[in-house]
Design a protein around this ligand. Structure first.
Ligand SMILES: Cc1ncc(COP(=O)(O)O)c(C=O)c1O
Length: 396
């Protein structure tokens, strides 16, 4: 922050261009892996990727427009678009792809948007495989449907090979790349509190979004953009990413092994190769939302899976957040077993816990975490996103 202020004093505290700081847009343009070069004119800096979702709604959606969404999907995308009264068309999501039959039927209804979180999706942590990405683009080729690629977890891959994104794949064909809007964020790789994200899209799309953003907030905080720029110019990111990927991988492994070895009931889980979440499925008769109250009283948290579905599915599923594990401390305090809740001092050692923590509990603990871990190499992994869970496991 100090360096941002001393190196960019005139910009950091002044009004700026709605599009965002030129150097930051250049950085985003340079970092994209498209086959054709991206120009800064194709980039808009936004106040978190959440704002991009809202802008897309304002610019493109009219009442009754159809939006194809993965089912389950990112809850706050639905909330961003609900005010525009669209009709969501959910496509059931298997572990690594979408149902092609359902997709074909949905596309035949001339949807305005197709929304996908292709990498380490929130909530399930799985990624759409290459075959399905290509298939979706192929199916959309002769349509006017826009693809909204929401990709905040892309850089958090700790296992497996990267899969090219929609924009990347579409960039080989002029006509489809014009119709992909790709959204990214510094929230998951640097600091969510700075509220800086970006959009890469065709210039005509960016222009429309710029006009909508102008009337919302004029521009994203120039100070926060300058802080990010400073970190990028100091080359902070590569090392930081290495650290958080390693930490997340270890925490995923701990969570999966504790579930496999200690769960008193049968539980299946997704096995993410990156990102921040996994989804656990309990036997059919369990209801995550009902379990929540009981779990909260024992000091444990998760988000009931049902919240992420559009069709009443997911009652027996729980979205778990593995970056928030604190293995060493927990192992010490909970008799050698990784106690996967937040700090014991915050929420209590949830002996025999079989579940969850409340959002309120999570937020309280988040505040403490933020206090305990000021901006440092590992602050991003310790962040609890909205609706995130803190997950206490089966010990004792
Ligand atoms: C898929 C997805 N999109 C967008 C967001 C919003 O992120 P940001 O902090 O960049 O607004 C999140 C945050 O959890 C997310 O999971």
């Amino acid at each position: 922050m100090n360096r941002a202020l001393s190196n960019h004093p005139e910009r950091a505290l002044q009004y700026g261009e709605t599009e965002g700081l030129r150097e930051l847009r250049e950085y985003v343009a340079r970092s994209s892996t498209l086959s054709r070069p991206v120009q800064p004119e194709n980039v808009l800096i936004v106040s978190g990727s959440q704002q991009a979702l809202d802008l897309i709604g304002r610019v493109f959606l009219d009442s009754c427009d159809r939006i194809i969404v993965e089912n389950p999907t990112y809850l706050a995308a639905l909330s961003a678009w609900r005010p525009f009264e669209p009709e969501f068309v959910p496509i059931n999501d298997s572990d690594y792809g979408v149902d092609s039959g359902e997709l074909k039927a949905a596309i035949s209804q001339a949807p305005k948007l197709l929304y996908s979180v292709p990498n380490f999706q929130n909530p399930r942590g799985v990624s759409l495989n290459l075959k399905h990405r290509l298939q979706i683009l192929e199916m959309l080729r002769d349509t006017n449907t826009l693809v909204v690629e929401d990709d905040p977890y892309r850089e958090l891959r700790f296992e497996g090979e990267p899969i090219p994104g929609f924009l990347e794949l579409a960039s080989e064909h002029e006509e489809t790349s014009e119709r992909v809007i790709s959204i990214g964020s510094f929230s998951k790789i640097l600091a969510p509190g700075l509220r800086v994200g970006w959009v890469i899209a065709a210039e005509a799309v960016i222009d429309r979004m710029v006009r909508a953003k102008q009337s919302m907030d004029l521009h994203t905080s120039t100070l926060n953009q300058a802080v990010i720029l400073e970190l990028l110019q100091q080359n902070f990111l590569p090392d930081h990413l290495r650290k958080i990927r390693a930490a997340y991988r270890e925490r995923r492994d701990v969570m999966l092994s504790v579930i496999a070895e200690k769960s008193p009931i049968e539980m299946t889980t997704t096995r993410p190769e990156g990102g921040m979440f996994l989804m656990a499925r309990l036997p059919e008769h369990f209801d995550g939302a009902r379990l929540l109250g009981e779990a909260i009283s024992r000091g444990v948290a998760f988000v009931p899976g049902e919240e992420f579905y559009l069709s009443g599915l997911g009652k027996n599923e729980l979205r778990l957040n593995f970056p928030t594990l604190h293995r060493k401390e927990s192992a010490k305090e909970c008799g050698g077993w990784p106690h996967v809740s937040l700090h014991k001092r915050d929420v209590g050692c949830a002996k025999n816990a079989k579940g969850i923590i409340s959002h309120k509990g999570a937020q309280r603990s988040q505040r403490k975490l933020i206090k305990n871990f000021p901006f440092c190499g590992l602050c991003a992994p310790l962040w609890l996103p909205p609706h995130s869970c803190v997950f206490a496991l089966f010990h004792g």
